[in-house]
Ligand binder design. Structure first.
Ligand SMILES: [Zn+2]
Length: 437
């Protein structure tokens, strides 16, 4: 990339408007318009907010094995459209990403596509079977340099195995990302256990099934001096446990998903499987608590849990439908709606919780989640905070369209994304031309 691009009138992190000059994949200047070099492509970016490229610690790209749901290419394109420059691809593929061979395959396919940096997550146990530790060290030493390990989709339930995984991960500065779901307490569970599940006659999924595993794992992490990351926090009790663990100095981080910040179990009343997700949509009290937890930093980051499923797995009766929803293209708009426009978070906070901290937790912070400053890689997201738009899942770049947000209006969106200076997404009319993957 040798072209020089000057983004004029842009507001870094929502601050004072200025000009960001990008050349050769780097930010080469931030300053007054008079500093724009001759021959630069000048883009009118007035009214736009510049954020460091977003980083998703929790994406399901489905390749290898379920290319009918998503591929690394379609998922990467969906991520770029949502403002992401890096995603961590979960290990529950077919085959499972539990060897150096599989993670290297995912990593290099991501590089080949070139729309986002794809960082494979390694499985904690062989085949997600929950009985034998995977070759975590070999994955860490591979070209994919895996640092995040998770059996996501399944909980590492055996406490001895979880303890060993935490101890092992310390040797290469890795982290275990736990899908906190007690399997016995959630056998046959279809939705959050509460008033609505009782009225609908659906098998409940109690909050304690999540909270008991989190309580155990923060204690284990504290005991062995390892760091642990908790996936998709969904209950008020989980926020309380994380808050307590942090107050005790335990090295725990946690994530919340946009859908758990907006939707409640009331949405299940229509039996529309687009609202079927793991962990389930909870109560308004839980939504309020996770918003509070994200605002005060108890919950470190926002991640998407983008979980594509083809129509035949979602377009069926509630009980038969798969759990999960796509979310890469709606995440930023939902965070603006629930946290920024409500005064709970600034754009600076968004940059912290959707870019810098996820990059830090995943140990990719040498490349992503960097400050917007001269000499840094040009991984950028331009947000139009007044571009109200109505979500149309069929128009998503994802191969699947199982979004629960179809028809709702979001306040803003990513209008352009840049990975090391390469335009990976740009709305028409901006004057930026995206490269073809
Ligand atoms: Zn999960």
């Amino acid at each position: 990339v040798s072209e020089t691009i000057a983004l004029e009138g842009v507001a870094p992190l929502g601050g004072e408007p200025t000009t960001i000059v990008v050349h050769d994949g780097m930010i080469v200047g931030i300053g007054a318009p008079s500093e724009v070099p001759a021959g630069a492509t000048r883009i009118d970016a007035s009214g736009l907010v510049a954020l460091p490229g977003l980083v998703d610690l929790h994406t399901h790209l489905r390749e290898p094995g379920r290319e009918d749901a998503e591929t690394i290419e379609t998922g990467s394109r969906s991520a770029a459209r949502g403002g992401f420059t890096a995603v961590h691809a979960m290990a529950n593929t077919t085959p499972v990403a539990d060897t150096a061979g599989v993670v290297e395959q995912v990593w290099s396919r991501g590089r080949e596509v070139g729309l986002v940096d794809v960082y494979p997550v390694g499985a904690v146990t062989v085949g997600l079977g929950g009985t034998q530790l995977s070759e975590m060290g070999a994955m860490a030493m591979s070209r994919a340099r895996v640092r995040v390990f998770s059996d996501d989709g399944k909980c590492v339930h055996d406490p001895v195995l979880m303890r060993r995984a935490l101890e092992y991960s310390k040797t290469f500065d890795g982290v275990i990302a736990q899908h906190a779901q007690d399997p016995r307490l959630t056998e046959g569970s279809q939705m959050h256990e509460g008033v609505v599940s009782a009225q609908l006659g659906l098998t409940g999924w109690p909050a304690v099934a999540e909270e008991s595993i989190i309580a155990r794992d923060v204690l284990l992490a504290g005991h062995v001096g390892a760091r642990v990351h908790i996936c998709h926090i969904s209950t008020a009790g989980s926020v309380e446990i994380i808050r307590w663990a942090k107050s005790k100095g335990i090295d725990v981080t946690a994530e919340v998903m946009p859908h758990h910040l907006l939707l409640t179990d009331e949405a299940v009343r229509g039996y529309d499987p687009r609202f079927k997700v793991n962990p389930p949509l909870r109560t308004q009290g839980d939504v309020d608590a996770v918003r509070d937890g994200l605002a005060d930093g108890t919950i470190d980051i926002v991640a998407t849990d983008h979980a594509p499923h083809p129509d035949e797995d979602k377009d069926c009766e509630w009980g038969a439908a798969e759990f999960g929803m796509i979310g890469l293209e709606t995440a930023l708009g939902i965070i603006q709606l629930t946290m920024v426009d409500t005064g709970r978070m600034s754009w600076k906070d968004v940059a912290l919780r959707m870019s810098a901290l996820p990059a830090r937790i995943g140990r990719v912070d040498a490349h992503h989640g960097r400050p917007l400053a001269q000499g840094e890689p040009a991984n950028l997201t331009l947000v139009d905070p007044v571009a109200a738009w109505t979500v149309d899942p069929a128009a998503s770049a994802s191969r699947s369209n199982n979004s629960p947000f179809g028809g709702i209006t979001l306040p803003g969106r990513a209008v352009a994304t840049m990975l090391r200076g390469t335009i990976t997404h740009a709305e028409p009319g901006l004057g930026l031309t995206p490269t073809e993957a």
